[in-house]
Design a binder for this molecule. Sequence first.
Ligand code: SF4
Length: 293
Amino acid sequence: MSSRIIESVAFNLIRTAVIYLPEDVKHVLEKAYAEETSNIGKTQLKAILDNIKLAEKQQAPMCQDTGTITFYVKAGSKAKILENVEAALVNATRKATREIPLRPNAVNPFTEKNSDDNIGRFTPNIHWEIVQGDSLELTVVTKGGGSENASALGMLNPSEGIKGLKRFVGDAVIRAGAQPCPPTILGVAVGGGADVAMKLAKRALVRPVNQANPDPALASLEREILEAVNMTGIGPMGLGGKTTVLGVHVDYAYRHPASFPAAVAFSCWADRRASARVSAEGEVEYLTHRERR
Ligand code: SF4
């Protein structure tokens, strides 16, 4: 493993993520197209599927908003050069912005100056998780502003419990309407403090859409919420139909007895993520887009 390899893998992941949707997302979009009963909704899903094919053919980003970049790093505790990983990810982001290219999406909120290279304070955002072993697993997520702006955080009344959570998620989807470019994927998290709930909700979006929650009770809650939010009729791109949400991913943390934080993170249909593993010897395995390598 070397900084050069990590930088090159991170660059490949960003490029892959913005051009090619993961197969699981394409699959649920195709299924939604086959099952959508609204003509307008079907037309919108067809336009999305055509857009995906065109991006692949032209090797160009699938949306003009290439998002802000987040890296999830699972670092083996025995992996070498961990101290160089952050610099490698920053370099990869800068190179990707220049060469793919990506839209410059990093703005200083006080000076309003755009850094023009997608680099800035906490940008790209890097989440670390220390795991056993000596390899490094990298996941990149590029998330657009439209879906980010629909994010919802609420400090619910603990007495309402899961019933309150379901109402909160439904309200968030209705309030978001067309803003996050539906059909969306929802990351839902409950518990922890406010920061933990939001972090878990966003991280839940990394799970493949067709992968069931390993906890049967949460899997059942996910199905229930999915069914409920798809009854809103918001539909593809908010123009009506039965496909408003493609998947719901729930996570949780234990909570303070007096607090019930709930968070909803939205991913638009352009659910852009890509993952790879780098072994201690520097061998690279692409996990989400094998067929592209
Ligand atoms: S929400 Fe997603 S699909 Fe819509 S403009 Fe933003 S990045 Fe593009």
